[in-house]
Design a protein around this ligand. Structure first.
Ligand code: AMP
Ligand code: TRP
Length: 331
């Protein structure tokens, strides 16, 4: 069987530099080594209330972003989660395998539910099971994600192992692929928090669709550490975060970057970083604009067919293994 990767992002808010550097960027490289599935997880998005019109727009926008960062629809499958009903169906099955106690331990659920107060939905609690279904339907080998998804991946593995034990070998047990550099890009306004679209301070997060002024302003206001040296140093998280972004966007090795900034001040670092980011995002945004509705429809239509076929086979095998039969089975 082909070695597969599967990953996804939610069509909520705006895609930011953390999403790109921690996840999407690696999808682009890995697609040449693996049979790849990249999903727009709109069913995950509604675990928190969304404006329907905006959700529909953001779903299309995210598909454009996948294409514009360099995912090639000739070799990778890009599709929308809700186009493949097997994701929701397998979630029901795996709900009957997952334990409430293990879902209660998910730190992302605890964080998000704290923010939602009284209105936490059952869907938010069940979010990791839907994610496990996404992954397991495709017999996925590797799941390239940022650090914040590690616990969800462990749960996915546990569910696969438990199912295989109880009903016979069914699912490939996937591995997380978490990059050594960039797995956790931090907020520009608070280097103790990850860069996030739900950051209270909008200056902490550079969006892929930000204009040059916004990008420069955000880097200019970025928090720095005490001291003056510009070096990669874990004890100085703000500067290290800025240098990490610079490194990932320029592809330069650590020592070259440190040599480049030797004797220069923080203002220069921020300026150079803004310049590199503005140029990178300018080219990216041009590509986004160049993707027409027809191309998008074609990509998502092909993706839907390919995904349905594989997901349908897995789900049929799951039903058969569990003794779930319907009207057309003879005695
Ligand atoms: P989301 O937009 O929450 O669906 O996330 C999409 C992908 O981006 C996931 O693989 C996340 O792990 C990754 N990601 C989100 N925030 C960051 C961050 N600050 N640094 C690195 N990766 C991130
Ligand atoms: N939960 C992931 C996030 O917020 C998105 C996601 C949903 C995902 N299903 C997935 C990522 C399957 C990888 C594989 O980032």
């Amino acid at each position: 069987m082909a070695k597969r990767i599967f990953s996804g992002a939610q069509p909520t808010g705006n895609v930011h530099l953390g999403n790109y550097l921690g996840a999407l960027r690696n999808w682009v490289t890995l697609q040449h080594e693996y049979e790849s599935f990249f999903c727009i997880v709109n069913l995950h998005a509604i675990t928190i209330p969304q404006d329907p019109k905006l959700l529909a727009e953001k779903t299309r926008e995210l598909a454009r972003i996948y294409l514009a960062v360099g995912i090639d629809p000739e070799i990778s499958t890009i599709f929308v989660q809700s186009d493949v009903p097997q994701h929701a169906e397998l979630t029901w099955i795996l709900n009957c395998v997952a334990r409430i106690s293990e879902l209660e331990r998910m730190t992302q659920f605890k964080d998000k539910s704290r923010k939602q107060g009284e209105n936490v939905t059952a869907g938010l609690f069940d979010y990791p099971v839907l994610m496990a279904s996404d992954i397991l339907l495709y017999q996925t080998e590797l799941v390239p994600v940022g650090e914040d998804q590690k616990q969800h991946l462990e749960l996915t593995r546990d569910l696969a192992i438990r199912f295989n034990r109880d009903y016979g070998e069914m699912f490939r047990v996937p591995e997380a692929y978490i990059p050594k550099v960039g797995a956790r890009i931090m907020s520009l306004s608070d280097p103790k928090k990850k860069m996030s679209k739900s950051d209270d301070d909008p200056n902490g997060c550079v969006m892929l669709l930000d204009d040059p002024d916004a990008i420069s302003r955000k880097f200019k206001r970025a928090v720095t550490d005490s001291g003056t040296d510009i070096r990669f140093d874990d004890s100085r998280p703000a500067i290290t975060n800025l240098l990490t972004i610079y490194q990932l966007l320029t592809g330069q090795p650590t020592d070259e970057i440190e040599a480049h900034f030797n004797g220069k001040g923080y203002a220069q670092l921020k300026q150079d970083l803004a310049d590199v980011t503005v140029e990178f995002l300018r080219l990216f945004q041009e590509r986004v604009k160049g993707i027409g509705a027809e191309q998008l429809n074609r990509t998502l239509g092909q993706g839907r067919e390919k995904a349905r076929q594989i997901a349908g086979t897995t789900l049929a095998n799951v039903y058969a293994a569990m003794g779930i039969v319907g009207a057309c089975v003879s005695d």
